[in-house]
Write a protein that binds this ligand. Structure first.
Ligand SMILES: *Cc1c(COP(=O)(O)O)cnc(C)c1O
Length: 345
């Protein structure tokens, strides 16, 4: 078979910006060092592109959610630098942890027992301080099976760090209580937003994710964080519409006059959801509005401002995350993780 032709979708990953973002977050973490949440394939941007850049910038503490995410990350870093947030829920996962050397985050009494029965060893411990997702409940921290763990990093996770909520100080107080209730070598509480809540939230290690990849969860980070992901699509057809012609499913757009439009080969299957209807692509200074509904594999744009565009030319979807979140009502997290596999990264 002949080689597959290059894709008509590109996601440019600015690795220099990614490394700069990590360095900025490491600096903002004060005396603590910054780690990196690299779960969900580095928030959709690709482990193979992002983990080496983070490692080369100096990051030494990486976090994934699932055990299935471990092998890809271990292609780039040693296992003792990788922690698995969801912890082991059965013997197979304990065995996998032992085999790979990735560090389990123990999240419950059940997990602590499994880990002990599997031979134990150094682990991290997640304690709940109010988010009620994963983490040992406060009332169980004194349990002998928890007290017997060899805890490297004691973790908890903030629920409202991106808001000025009273819950932040409450969780901080609860975490400090947990710190005195169980032995541990290091402590870690802050995600991206938590880093700018102040020094009291830093402890030994911070765990930014979103902001590494260009997300700005709090205004204090706006001047510090650079865009990392830039989606581009090729124009696969140029069409001439007559006044009165309609575009796309349900004919929601009607041409008010004769128009020149372009068909792009991307759609909601690539993560460009219908929430983008009404937004514009761009090429240089030209703004190219989306016409009609976003389809699974196609989007039609108005070429009025770019009369020179031809088939095969590339246009960019503005993906500055805070602006894109406003535009679409999607969260900055969703905007990253939704980007599909047809993008060449
Ligand atoms: C995802 C995650 C992070 C990173 O959070 P951001 O808000 O993306 O910075 C940190 N800690 C835990 C436990 C997480 O699940």
């Amino acid at each position: 078979m002949t080689l597959t032709p290059p894709p008509t979708l590109k996601l440019r990953i600015d690795r220099t910006a990614l490394a700069d973002n990590w360095r900025a977050l490491d600096r903002l973490s004060g005396k603590a060092r910054a780690g990196a949440a690299v779960k969900a394939d580095c928030y959709g941007l690709g482990v193979e592109h992002c983990v080496p850049a983070l490692r080369d910038a100096g990051c030494r503490d990486f976090f994934v959610a699932h055990w299935s995410e471990v092998p890809a990350v271990l292609g780039h870093i040693p296992p003792e630098q990788l922690a698995v947030l969801h912890g082991p829920i059965n013997e197979a996962e304990v065995a996998f942890a032992k085999e790979t050397g990735a560090i389990p985050v123990i999240d419950s009494l059940h997990q602590a027992r499994l880990w002990k029965e599997g031979g134990g060893g150094p682990c991290h411990l997640m304690v709940d301080s109010g988010i009620n997702r994963l983490g040992v409940a406060r009332k169980n921290i004194g349990d002998p099976v928890i007290q017997a763990l060899d805890v490297q990093v004691l973790l908890s996770h903030l629920a409202c760090a991106d808001e000025d909520s009273d819950m932040n100080a409450q969780q901080l107080a609860d975490f400090n209580e947990a710190r005195s209730a169980v032995e541990h070598r290091e402590a870690s509480l802050a995600n991206s937003a938590g880093i700018v809540l102040g020094e009291a939230y830093h402890f030994d290690l911070t765990r930014p994710g979103l902001a590494l990849y260009g997300g700005v969860p709090r205004p204090e980070l706006a001047g510090e964080i650079l865009q990392v992901a830039y989606p581009y699509a090729a124009v696969i057809q140029v069409r001439e519409l007559s006044a009165g012609d309609t575009v796309g499913y349900n004919a929601t757009f009607t041409a008010p006059e004769d128009m020149r439009v372009g068909v792009l080969s991307l759609g909601y299957a690539d993560g460009i959801l219908r929430a983008w209807s009404g937004a514009s692509f761009q090429r240089g200074n030209a703004s190219l509005p989306i016409l009609g509904k976003v389809s699974m594999d196609m989007i039609v744009i108005d070429l009025a401002q770019a009369p020179d565009i031809a088939e095969g030319d590339w246009v960019e979807l503005p993906y500055h995350l805070p602006d894109a979140a406003q535009q679409t009502s999607l969260s900055q997290y969703e905007l990253l993780t939704v980007l599909g596999h047809r993008f060449q990264r």
